[in-house]
Design a protein around this ligand. Structure first.
Ligand code: PMM
Length: 405
């Protein structure tokens, strides 16, 4: 994982797509020949790819299944050659046999868009690869072989359902023996999801990140981008016309904290990420976190809650550059957490309202009022809420940015 590890702290891991298939939707047939595929891998690395994602069977809706021998014959010579040259290699497959052979040939990521649902042996192979080779297992969200008509895109809340399904697959992988630190999750954009559902997932990426696993985004050249570009005069309508849009998604995914992006046009994505990071500045990860702040207050929809009051616990995370404070060891250059705690307690204790949503919003607004704070993430817990069943906690979280920060 040399390339990917070197990348830590400087932006998302870029997986460069190398499809050795005749029928992938955007680059089908270009890299069938092992020598050309290997040369292409070198180009991808030179352009900024940290991992080369080699696929030998298209998962595009409507694609024809490939016999295992054929898939292996396509990917193994390429994997051997590029792994020997020092590249970090991923195998894009839903088949355990292919994954196992690819790992033996040097792949250190198994990119399984089915998350182990297609092949019952896959989790065992991923577990062995995790234990013996430190390989990562990328779990895609999947409802079956993708169909072009999106007949299985009947979600209630697509983000929750995708998140819950990924959480379940991650637990299954861990139960099979994959190290939790080797798991990456991927919402499977375009796999049984409409364009609007894909955008909703990206808009609410934080909810997937709450699972605690690194998140990979694969939007490159997909139809969702074509749909979004439909009203742009001169944008073009084919997959190859979507590289600019893909680069924008990569920059936004970087901003949203994605672990990685899987793209065809690596150079465009590397440039977009560099610009996003220049804009965000070197202190982008700095933050102050205050958790479990206890406040007694009278919020709630029931009269007895208003009269008797109860405990609320507040977690607040504020993004603020800490560089100047650290350089000068100077409290006036940072947010004084004692003052922030006092202000939060006063704001939460005042003016009873019905909803903890309102309380969270109030605290976020207050935190954004501190000099230099660009983002506030606030969770309000109501551990003694009137719920007629035993429960551990109920909480809401809001995340707000200061628009001019
Ligand atoms: N999409 C495709 C193939 N493999 N892997 C991951 N992890 N995530 C994806 O979204 C994904 C993938 C389909 O696109 P392609 O035909 O360009 O490879």
């Amino acid at each position: 994982m040399t390339g990917a590890a070197a990348m830590a702290g400087t932006g998302p891991v870029i997986l460069g797509v190398l499809n050795t298939t005749p029928d992938s939707f955007s680059d089908g047939g270009d890299y069938l020949d092992a020598e050309r595929a290997t040369a292409r891998a070198r180009e991808l690395t030179a352009a900024g790819a940290h991992v080369i994602d080699v696929g030998g069977e298209s998962t595009r809706p409507g694609a024809t299944a490939v016999p295992r021998a054929e898939e292996l014959a396509r990917v193994l010579p390429v994997i051997r050659a590029i792994a020997a040259a020092g590249a970090a290699v991923s195998i894009d497959t839903i088949h355990a046999e292919t994954a196992e052979a690819a790992v033996a040939a040097g792949a250190r990521f198994i990119n399984d868009v089915s998350g182990g649902l297609h092949d019952p042996e896959m989790l065992t192979v991923a577990a062995r690869a995790s234990a013996e080779h430190d390989s990562r297992y990328i779990i895609g969200h999947w409802r079956g072989i993708p169909d072009p008509e999106h007949v299985r895109s009947n979600y209630g809340d697509v983000v929750r359902e995708v998140r819950d399904a990924l959480a379940a697959r991650a637990l299954a992988a861990i139960a099979a023996g994959v190290a939790p630190s080797h798991i990456v999750i991927d919402p499977g954009l375009g796999f049984d999801k409409t364009g609007e559902q894909c955008w909703e997932i990206l808009r609410r990426l934080g909810e997937l990140q709450e699972l605690g696993y690194p998140v990979l985004i694969g939007a490159s050249r997909k139809r969702m981008l074509g749909d979004a570009l439909a009203t742009v005069p001169g944008a073009g309508s084919g997959p190859l016309d979507r590289d600019g849009a893909t680069a924008v998604v990569s920059a936004l995914a970087s901003r949203a904290g994605a672990w990685g992006v899987r793209v065809h046009d690596v150079a465009g994505t590397a440039a977009a990420i560099a610009i996003e990071r220049a804009w965000a500045g070197p202190d982008r990860g700095d933050r102050i976190t205050l958790t479990g702040l206890e406040v007694f207050a009278h919020h709630g929809v029931f009269d007895f809650e208003r009269e008797q009051g109860q405990r609320f616990l507040i977690d607040a995370e504020v993004s603020v550059s800490l560089r100047a404070a650290a350089a000068g060891d100077d409290l006036s250059n940072t947010v004084h957490y004692g003052e922030l705690a006092d202000a939060i307690v006063a704001a939460v204790a005042a003016d009873p309202v019905d909803l903890i949503e309102t309380v969270a919003e109030r605290v976020a607004e207050l935190a954004l009022g501190y000099p230099g704070v660009s983002r506030a993430r606030v969770t309000v817990h109501k551990p003694d809420a009137p719920i007629a069943h035993p429960f551990a906690d109920v909480a809401v979280t809001v995340e707000r940015e200061r628009s001019e920060a």
